[in-house]
Design a binder for this molecule. Structure first.
Ligand SMILES: CC(C)(COP(=O)(O)OP(=O)(O)OC[C@H]1O[C@@H](n2cnc3c(N)ncnc32)[C@H](O)[C@@H]1OP(=O)(O)O)[C@@H](O)C(=O)NCCC(=O)NCCS
Length: 168
C-alpha cells in the first residue's frame, strides 16, 4: 500500500540518510538539477534549509510502511498563493510500478481537501522522464523560467477537480 507520511524532523541524521539513498538512486536527475550525480549530506541539508525557510512541507512516499520516495511542496507560493510541488522522487528500485502516480493522487486529494484548485511545478530542461510523467498526469506547460540553480525550466500546471476523487 502506498501512503504519504509527514516527515517531522526533515534534517535529522536518520532522515538525511534516507533522503540521500532515495536522491542518489537517480544520478541523471541530480546531474540535471544540481550539476552533480551524487549528492552529499551537506548538499541535501542546504537544499532542505532553503525549502524549509520558504515553508515547504515534506512527506515520505511509503510502500508497505517503508520510505521509497519523497515529496515536498509549498502550500502557498508567495508569488501566486498556489501550491507548488518542489520535488517528487521515487527510488529507482521501485520505479515503473505506479508509485509516483499513486503518491501524486494522494497529494492532489490533500490539496483539494484544502480547497486548492490548481497546482504548479517546474521541470528542468533535460528531465525528459519527469516531463513525460507530469504530462501523463494531466499537467500542461504554462510558461518557462529559470530555477534557483540557474537551470532553464518549464512551468507546469494542473487544475484540480474535487469530483474526480469522490468515488475512488
Ligand atoms: C518521474 C518519477 C517520479 C516517476 O516515478 P515512477 O514511480 O517510476 O512512475 P510511475 O510508475 O507512477 O509512472 C507513471 C508514468 O510516468 C511515465 N514514466 C515513468 N517512468 C518512466 C520512464 N523511465 N520512461 C518513460 N516514461 C516513464 C510513464 O508514462 C508512466 O506510465 P506507464 O508506466 O503507464 O507507462 C521517477 O522516475 C523519478 O523519481 N525520477 C527522478 C525525479 C524526477 O524526475 N521527478 C519529477 C520531477 S520533480
Amino acid at each position: 500500500m502506498i501512503d504519504l507520511v509527514s516527515i517531522k524532523v526533515v534534517q535529522s541524521k536518520e532522515d538525511i540518510t534516507i533522503q540521500k539513498t532515495i536522491l542518489n538512486s537517480h544520478p541523471a536527475y541530480n546531474q540535471v538539477v544540481m550539476a552533480k550525480e551524487f549528492l552529499t549530506e551537506e548538499d541535501i541539508i542546504k537544499d532542505n534549509e532553503e525549502n524549509l525557510k520558504l515553508g515547504a512541507e515534506y512527506y515520505y512516499i511509503t510502500k508497505d510502511n517503508e520510505p521509497v520516495g519523497l515529496i515536498h511542496y509549498l502550500l502557498n507560493h508567495k508569488s501566486d498563493h498556489l501550491p507548488w510541488i518542489g520535488l517528487l522522487i521515487v527510488h529507482k528500485q521501485h520505479g515503473r510500478g505506479g508509485v509516483a502516480s499513486k503518491a501524486l493522487h494522494l497529494l492532489e486529494k490533500k490539496l483539494i481537501d484544502q480547497n486548492k484548485q490548481k497546482v504548479r511545478l517546474c521541470v528542468q530542461d533535460g528531465n525528459e522522464i519527469g516531463a513525460v510523467f507530469w504530462r501523463q498526469e494531466g499537467f500542461v506547460i504554462i510558461n518557462s523560467a529559470t530555477d534557483g540553480h540557474n537551470n532553464r525550466v518549464d512551468i507546469y500546471e494542473k487544475k484540480l477537480y474535487p469530483d474526480r476523487y469522490q468515488c475512488s
